[in-house]
Design a protein around this ligand. Structure first.
Ligand SMILES: NC(=O)C1=CN([C@@H]2O[C@H](COP(=O)(O)OP(=O)(O)OC[C@H]3O[C@@H](n4cnc5c(N)ncnc54)[C@H](OP(=O)(O)O)[C@@H]3O)[C@@H](O)[C@H]2O)C=CC1
Ligand SMILES: O=C1O[C@H](COP(=O)(O)O)[C@@H](O)[C@H](O)[C@H]1O
Length: 484
């Protein structure tokens, strides 16, 4: 979808926080620099920290410089940034915020499109929303949309509570549930490639596919996010949202048209067809892990990180085998995995193709969709070794550097923020999807509650993760793709 220059006023709650500084401000700067935000765009940052507009602009400059895709500053962007010191629980602060918004909107002649980006802890949603209403901010003439981050709640029950709170002030269609992974081009490429190539759509089923692997291994450790991570672990931070969203896109039936409603409907069908786990299934099909220090002194142990309990049971790794109860996927396991402080660092969907008895190659054919380290599709195919009998030689094709080498691949937050301003919900998660994601996730969490205390830490940092994650596949005669 081409992204036209667009205007509007974004109020960034939590402007001084980690997400804002690492992701959101750099993404907004890139959008402006690439001409995707018009001169009628403005940003008002809001947090408790005392700052002037100029100090916030300096903060934004540092964030942009350290962010993804940075090459050079677009100074004009910073002129469109304003700041209002705001404690969201104080009504008088929100009243001052309203004045700032009105002044800013007037100065930049922004269209009547307001986005409230809640880059704040969910515990603040209630008072923030109530005070937006009490300060008459949401009464300003125009469209008012709110973006909320993942994980939305920490169970189906809390998600329902937060959802009800938001619905007091925002219409359902004005609540944008952010999960930045569907905003990544490589995932949208799965859908597009099936549409563009009957060959790919032709093999997208259990007749040709042996298993699917969705892998998001990360080198990064927990760093400064100890307190957030202690509450969430890999299950809530990555599985509940990113991994299940990717699964829903990979496994969906191809909709008749690529519209938001049609895509959402098919994604929801997939999630509904992922069974709730029983405790026995969790024992057999879900592996959790926590890292310990590596031998080179590059990584601390998780339990030794700041704001982490020295006896913590929090999972920093999860791998699971899921199934999708649909005729297309009968007998096809979907393996998902993610973890911190691992030796690998990439984002990939590996579609492992079936082999025939005649094939003697040890390497299975596969089609991979990647975002990191390179963008594009790659193929592993077995060909005939020249001058030889029918002996296979394994060849690796792609990703296509000629096509994509110079291509700018936007950060997903760029795509998603632009879409929200444009009122395009296609790649945002719907609340019905979130509910299914919690149903699946809650069943794992409930089983973990009942199971014996995990034997943590159970993997060394800078390795592939817990050995049990290997066993998860070998019992089915499969193995994880390894890229190093
Ligand atoms: N960080 C990340 O990579 C990701 C984060 N998220 C989600 O994004 C949200 C924000 O996360 P993150 O940026 O990491 O959190 P941080 O703790 O880094 O930032 C929280 C922000 O909220 C502000 N804040 C706290 N209390 C108040 C208050 N009473 N009134 C107004 N502002 C307040 C803080 O600023 P101040 O102290 O100045 O008020 C700060 O700007 C969370 O929901 C998280 O789950 C989702 C995906 C990734
Ligand atoms: O939402 C999150 O995602 C990041 C991984 O996303 P990426 O775009 O940086 O690859 C993860 O590191 C973080 O823990 C999680 O909160």
């Amino acid at each position: 979808m081409s992204k036209k220059p667009i205007g509007g006023l974004i109020v960034l709650f939590g402007a001084t926080g980690d997400l804002s500084s690492r992701m959101l401000l750099p993404a907004l700067h890139q959008l402006y620099q690439r001409g995707k935000l018009s001169e009628n765009f403005a940003l008002v940052g809001a947090s408790r920290k005392e700052m002037t507009d100029e100090e916030f602009q300096e903060f934004a400059r540092t964030s942009v410089e350290n962010g993804t895709n940075f090459e050079k500053f677009e100074e004009e962007f910073f002129n469109h940034c304003r700041y209002q010191t705001t404690d969201n629980i104080k009504l008088e602060d929100l009243e001052k915020l309203r004045e700032k918004m009105e002044l800013t909107a007037k100065e930049f002649e922004t269209p009547e499109e307001y986005i409230y980006y809640y880059s704040i802890a969910p515990e603040l949603y209630d008072e923030t929303t109530t005070n937006l209403q009490k300060a008459h901010i949401t009464e300003l003439s125009g469209n008012h949309r709110v973006i909320v981050e993942k994980p939305f709640g920490d169970s189906l029950e809390t998600a329902e509570e937060y959802h009800k709170l938001l619905l007091k002030e925002f219409d359902q269609e004005d609540i944008y549930f952010m999960d930045h992974f569907p905003g990544m081009d490589f995932i949208q490429n799965v859908l597009a490639s099936r549409f563009f190539n009957p060959l790919i759509e032709g093999i997208w089923n259990n007749q040709f596919i042996e298993n699917v692997q969705i892998s998001l291994p990360e080198n990064l450790s927990i760093g400064t996010r100890g307190s957030f991570y202690e509450e969430n672990g890999a299950l809530y931070d990555m599985f509940q949202n990113h991994l299940l969203q990717i699964l829903s896109i990979v496994a969906m039936e191809l909709p008749s048209e690529l519209t938001a409603n049609a895509i959402h409907e098919e994604k929801l069908n997939v999630l509904k067809n992922v069974p709730t786990f029983t405790k026995e299934q969790v024992e057999q099909k879900v592996v959790r892990g926590q890292y310990k220090a590596d031998s080179e002194g590059k990584y601390n142990s998780y339990r030794g990180e700041d704001h982490v309990d020295s006896d913590s049971d929090t999972d920093t790794y999860i791998a699971a085998e899921l199934t999708v109860d649909a005729p297309r996927w009968q007998g096809v396991p979907f393996y998902v995995r993610t973890g911190k402080a691992l030796i690998e660092d990439y984002i990939a969907i590996d579609v492992m193709l079936k082999s025939t008895d005649a094939v003697t190659s040890d390497v299975a054919s596969r089609m991979s969709f990647m975002a990191k380290p390179a963008y594009g599709i790659s193929l592993v195919l077995n060909q005939k070794m020249p001058n030889n009998a029918y002996e296979p030689i394994t060849t690796f094709i792609g990703p296509d550097k000629e096509t994509f080498g110079e291509q700018y691949v936007a950060d997903p937050y760029e795509n998603m923020i632009h879409d929200a301003l444009a009122g395009d919900r296609t790649y945002f998660t719907t609340y019905t999807e979130i509910k299914e994601q919690w149903r699946i996730t809650d069943s794992i969490a409930a089983a973990w509650e009942e199971m014996d205390r995990p034997d943590f830490p159970n993997y060394r940092a800078n390795t592939f993760g817990p050995i049990e994650a290997e066993d998860l596949l070998t019992k089915n005669h499969h193995e994880w793709v390894k890229r190093i």
